[in-house]
Write a protein that binds this ligand. Structure first.
Ligand code: ADP
Ligand code: MG
Length: 676
């Protein structure tokens, strides 16, 4: 008997070749195929009269064929088949090109339901290559993500077969108490009706049920992970007065920073490892908080390691940490790939002997042969939360250090719970006093010359500028062409004479670092780039950022980009250019001009664009979700209560083996990526 974990090749009609096509779409097992949810449905249940049928928008008509013309060869290789038909309201033509099969299926005098787009003129309306509904064909048809060689009918056939096989064989993973409390339909019904809905209502409740499952299983997995994290750390620390740390700082910590520090200190006193995310807008002072954690570890005799995704960021973090920790007499070391072997060995031996207590570096820091005398704290970037492999490595060395993740991506709370359910969260929702607002202007392309003139003035007063042009499509070749031709045009403009660097995603890491370093040193005055600068680089002398085609970015992403400026003493500016100023674009860009609170912007972004787009720009714990719509607040809050209800009843899920199995499968599948 076929089972969910079987390879799809055990489905009739799926041979090696078709299986490869499915694999391309991420479908490997029978279970994957059963949950290969349609991206949309074609609803042919509602009939429009021919007279009322809108132009250029698909609709369904029901007509009787009144005549069929002879086939016409209109061009070599193109044969036109035409029939006339009518309903009570009007008549119309039905046209097929080269599709004799579809044409022959229409009989004169027969009545058919057709789905397609109406076109034509005042004299006669015409439907081009409509879908003809035949007996037994579902009136709500699934649309799938397809790939060349794999057609919708193939997918439909394969899935119908599976639905028949599994009829009455699917044990519902959702506990009864949850199903009745939240009025959920059965999983079996939902699976059938997500593919082949009996009605639009059936589709609705099925989508709700499957989204519910997805969110509950996701959160259950996160909580299981959190539970698994409760090993003994061996790095139990004693409280350290935060005042001692603060006294050495050139400023006072904000209330939000103090709260985050207090959360962290409380965690580090426990006998299980900390697993905490510190979320805060760019410039909110996360590094100062991270340094406090290092201080606490230091005072307790433990080493700290701060890991950055790139070499340049590692260097930058090292400088920042030094600023906070040197006055306290704590040395901060750096360990990166480009150092000489001798330099590396020196740092490594100091880490092994415990002479060096705080180190920053790239991921090689823990992945290779580095030995620590007493590693008690690891700090990482959100983008590079480390995975199961690194965790195993540490466990293998007998270490269960405290872990702190820093994130500059403000995320609405409801979503943070979903994305970071395995972490405890501290939010720094306050900027240090006296921060100036970055003046933000949204302008159309007509004002580009003035915008360039403005940038020039900033350059002439000794400052530096960023110019961002977005990736136009996913093709890296055309991305490069696009930025390069932009560079050419820039050379012709008033900015032509300034040393300009170009960054794009395809540059080798070393070259990127080189260009960034030159920009940081002020040798380059302008940095043109695709969004690769998004990752937190700090150049306080850059006071203006101009973003081309800004409508292509999400608000949260624009906010991140804007955070590249305003990092020094000088007044800073963000210019959002768009050549596509629709009302929607205007209102989105206006939000940017009016708001500087990253969390508020993220909320708006999520509201306006939906979660798919919101997540399009960044990776998250277990995302992407197959079906759940993360902008559905009600669903998010319902599923959180459901998970709480389940976990309260049985924290390790042993009473709900089916649910546990699914959660575990999710962990196994995603474990290597993106979890802390
Ligand atoms: P983030 O990592 O959140 O972007 P940083 O920790 O790098 O922010 O801090 C940004 C800048 O603000 C640094 O120059 C830092 O010295 C300064 N800073 C941090 N906290 C405060 C504070 N409470 N008051 C004034 N300046 C601060
Ligand atoms: Mg920072």
């Amino acid at each position: 008997m076929i089972s969910l974990t079987d390879n799809i090749t055990s489905v009739p009609q799926i041979g090696k070749k078709r299986a490869e096509l499915y694999n391309k779409l991420g479908v490997y097992t029978v279970g994957d195929l059963l949950t290969f949810f349609p991206r949309d449905h074609t609803d042919m249940t509602e009939i429009t009269s021919v007279a009322d049928a809108p132009y250029d928008e698909p609709c369904t008509v029901q007509v009787t064929v009144t005549g069929k013309m002879a086939a016409q060869r209109i061009r070599s290789g193109l044969i036109l088949y035409k029939a006339v038909a009518e309903d009570e309201s009007d008549n119309m033509s039905i046209v097929f090109y080269n599709n004799r099969f579809a044409f022959d299926a229409l009989e004169e005098g027969g009545t058919y339901r057709l789905y397609g787009k109406m076109s034509g003129n005042m004299v006669r309306r015409e439907m081009n290559s409509p879908l003809v509904v035949t007996d037994g064909m579902p009136l709500i048809r699934p649309k799938y993500h397809l790939t060349e060689g794999l057609t919708a009918p193939m997918v439909m056939t394969n899935i119908s077969y599976l639905l028949k096989c599994f009829n009455e064989r699917i044990d519902d993973p959702m506990p009864d108490m949850v199903r009745s409390r939240f009025e959920l339909t059965t999983e079996e019904y939902a699976l059938k009706n997500i593919h082949f809905p009996e009605s639009m209502h059936a589709l609705e409740i099925s989508r709700r049920r499957l989204s519910f499952d997805e969110l509950v299983i996701n959160q259950a997995a996160m909580r299981l992970l959190k539970g698994a994290n409760s090993v003994t750390t061996g790095c139990v620390m004693k409280e350290v007065p935060i005042e001692d740390y603060e006294a050495a700082l050139p400023f006072e910590l904000t209330a939000a920073q103090k709260r985050a520090c207090a959360d962290i200190f409380a965690d580090m006193k426990k006998d299980t490892p900390m697993n905490r995310l510190v979320q805060g807008d760019v410039g909110s002072g996360k590094t100062a908080v991270a340094a406090a954690a290092c201080y606490m570890a230091y005072k307790n005799g433990y080493q700290s390691a701060l890991m950055a995704p790139t070499e340049i960021l590692a260097v930058q973090h090292c400088e920042t940490l030094k600023k906070f920790l040197s006055p306290l007499g704590i040395e901060v070391g750096l360990l990166t790939g480009s150092m000489t072997q001798k330099q590396k060995n020196e740092i490594k031996s100091k880490l092994m002997s415990g002479e060096l207590m705080v180190v920053t570096g790239t991921h090689a820091l823990i992945s290779d042969s580095t030995e620590f005398l007493s590693l008690g704290l690891i700090i990482t970037d959100e983008q590079h939360r480390f995975g199961v492999e690194q965790r195993k490595l540490l466990a293998g060395k007998g270490m269960h250090p405290h872990k702190l993740v820093m994130s500059a991506t403000p995320i609405p709370r409801t979503l943070a719970l979903i994305m970071y359910g395995d972490l405890d969260i501290s939010v720094i929702n306050e900027l240090p006093k006296g921060r100036q607002k970055i003046e933000t202007y949204a302008v159309t392309g007509k004002l580009r010359d003035r915008a360039l003139g403005f940038v020039k003035r900033e350059l002439d007063s000794g400052h530096q500028a960023y110019i961002v042009c977005p990736m136009i499509d996913d093709d890296p070749e055309s991305e490069i062409q696009n930025v390069e031709s932009y560079m050419e045009r820039l050379k012709e403009s008033v900015l032509g004479g300034y040393p300009t660097g170009l960054l794009h995603g395809r540059l080798p890491a070393a070259e990127k670092d080189q260009i960034m370093t030159e920009f940081k040193n002020g040798e380059l005055k302008i940095l043109v780039s695709t969004t690769v600068i998004e990752v937190g680089v700090d150049v306080p002398n850059a006071t203006v950022i101009m973003i081309e085609s800004s409508e292509r970015f999400g608000l949260a992403q624009l906010h991140q980009l804007r955070g590249r400026v305003g990092r020094g003493q000088d007044r800073s500016y963000c210019i959002l250019l768009t050549d596509n100023a629709t009302d929607e674009v205007r209102s989105r860009l206006r939000i940017m001009a009016d708001t500087s609170d990253g969390f508020a912007i993220a909320e708006e972004d999520l509201k306006m664009r939906g979660a798919g787009e919101f997540f399009g720009v960044r990776q998250s714990g277990f995302a992407p979700f197959k079906i759940a719509d993360l902008s559905d607040r009600e669903l998010l809050s319902e599923t959180s209560s459901a998970v709480t209800m389940i976990m309260e009843k049985c924290p390790d899920l042993s009473e709900f083996p089916l649910l546990r199995e699914r959660a575990q499968a999710l962990i196994d599948r995603n474990g290597a990526e993106g979890m802390n």
